[in-house]
Design a protein around this ligand. Structure first.
Ligand SMILES: Nc1ncnc2c1ncn2[C@@H]1O[C@H](COP(=O)(O)OP(=O)(O)OP(=O)(O)O)[C@@H](O)[C@H]1O
Ligand SMILES: [Mg+2]
Length: 261
């Protein structure tokens, strides 16, 4: 097994609050791992640490790509994105007035360090490059089932499709590690089933390692090989879906929540 991510004793403080407290978490290449826990447990905060939104207050985060170790705690978000960590957001972040295709094109352009300067100084490659970006974007839309909606404005897409578009945008950055923050939020059961299938398929098609935050327990239990459970910033359990489901601490953490663990 090849370790792709090593979160070593990481803490994130906001004033007096420890949103993430001495967390240890590892991912092996190709794994699909769940990150669950009640509201406010610190799940999104972990994604924010992994993507450079906040540096850890203490501890170390090591990401490995092509045998090279990268200390994520010291990198800016765009550098982390380029290094190969892609993410989607709990609250959908799309350019709502632009088409699905344009949304993916922008993600591709940003990641390739492509600028208007190159556009003006290298005219023929610019045209070729535009064409390449369009083709690649269409391919990504196809992979998430949105090829026939390429020219629809993001704001006119059904909610489930907007979530798929977010995934296409994340894939455009060519990640080896994909972080999905509640991708099924707001989806109906049919959309959720489709998404579940899609996440598994994308993992093998793109050779991804996936860390998945999700409140939909059926989805998590179905597709994750391992699960970390967070409560009040602390990892209270880690294991296979069966191990986690039967863990007393996990059951207690979820008491009072409307969730079947
Ligand atoms: N920028 C911030 N400033 C201050 N406190 C924050 C900030 N971001 C998160 N927190 C706090 O950190 C804790 C963990 O929040 P986080 O968003 O990581 O939880 P979560 O597990 O993703 O919850 P949810 O399931 O509701 O999305 C919460 O108490 C939250 O209020
Ligand atoms: Mg969250």
């Amino acid at each position: 097994m090849t370790r792709i991510l090593d979160v070593d004793n990481v803490t994130l403080r906001f004033g007096g609050l420890k949103a993430v407290s001495e967390v240890n978490l590892t991912l092996e290449a190709g794994e699909l791992v769940g990150l669950i826990g009640p509201n406010g447990a610190g799940k999104t905060s972990i994604f924010n640490l992994l993507t450079g939104v906040y540096p850890p207050s203490s501890g170390r985060i090591t990401f490995t790509r092509d045998g090279k170790q990268i200390n994520l705690g010291r990198k800016r978000p765009h550098a982390i994105c380029r290094a190969g960590v892609g993410r989607t957001f709990q609250n959908i972040r799309l350019f709502k007035q632009l088409t699905a295709l344009e949304n993916v094109e922008i993600a591709l352009q940003q990641n390739n360090g492509y600028s208007l300067f190159t556009a003006f100084t290298h005219l023929p490659p610019f045209a070729r490059r535009e064409e390449e970006i369009r083709e690649r974007s269409m391919e990504l839309l196809h992979r998430v089932g949105l090829a026939d909606k390429a020219l629809t404005r993001a704001r006119n897409l059904p909610y489930g499709d907007q979530r798929h578009l977010e995934i296409a945008r994340a894939l455009a950055t060519e990640p080896t590690l994909l972080l999905l923050d509640e991708p099924a939020a707001g989806m109906n059961p049919n959309e959720t089933a489709e998404l579940t299938e899609m996440i598994g398929r994308l993992r093998s098609e793109f050779g991804l390692t996936v860390l998945l935050i999700e409140h939909d327990m059926a989805l998590v239990m179905k597709i994750c090989e391992r699960i970390y459970v967070l409560d009040h910033g602390v990892v209270i359990a880690e294991g296979t879906p069966d191990e986690v489901r039967n863990n007393a601490k996990v059951i207690e953490a979820y008491l009072g929540e409307d969730v079947d663990v």
